[in-house]
Write a new protein. Structure first.
Length: 134
């Protein structure tokens, strides 16, 4: 039996060791070796994100670090950084998790996402009406 503390520790450990899927490698500034891009290794200032190919030769990685090679532009989605939760773009799993975590509402994950969105909004409207009356 795993306690909630142990489960949280395991979850934290997985978060520190999962390799980034979008930019999977870091390159060392001095010797240009590649290293897996994990949250813990990103904190090391000697490594920079490397969006080239892992099969690139040493000269290509050196040019990349020195700024002579092409880099992908950094894309920031400011809407994704907002605090609001958009149920129109949320997946079924995200919606079920959000409803339970934020509102304590249990949604039936076997239903399709459109039905879940309607049910969730009905619950939110009902909760808002109760708060208004109080």
């Amino acid at each position: 039996m795993i306690t909630s503390t142990q489960e949280q520790a395991l979850s934290d450990a997985r978060g520190r060791t999962l390799q980034d899927k979008k930019v999977p490698f870091l390159v060392h500034r001095e010797d240009f070796r590649l290293y897996p891009n994990t949250p813990l290794s990103r904190k090391n200032p000697d490594y920079v994100p490397y969006d080239g190919q892992p099969t690139d030769d040493l000269a290509t990685r050196r040019a990349y670090v020195e700024g002579r090679a092409h880099r992908r532009p950094r894309v920031v989605n400011s809407a994704a950084e907002a605090d609001a939760f958009d149920i129109g773009t949320a997946t079924k799993d995200e919606l079920v998790t959000f409803a339970m975590g934020e509102y304590g509402v249990m949604l039936d994950a076997s239903k399709d996402v459109r039905t879940l969105r309607r049910e969730f909004m009905a619950q939110v409207d009902a909760l808002s009406a109760k708060e208004t009356l109080s």
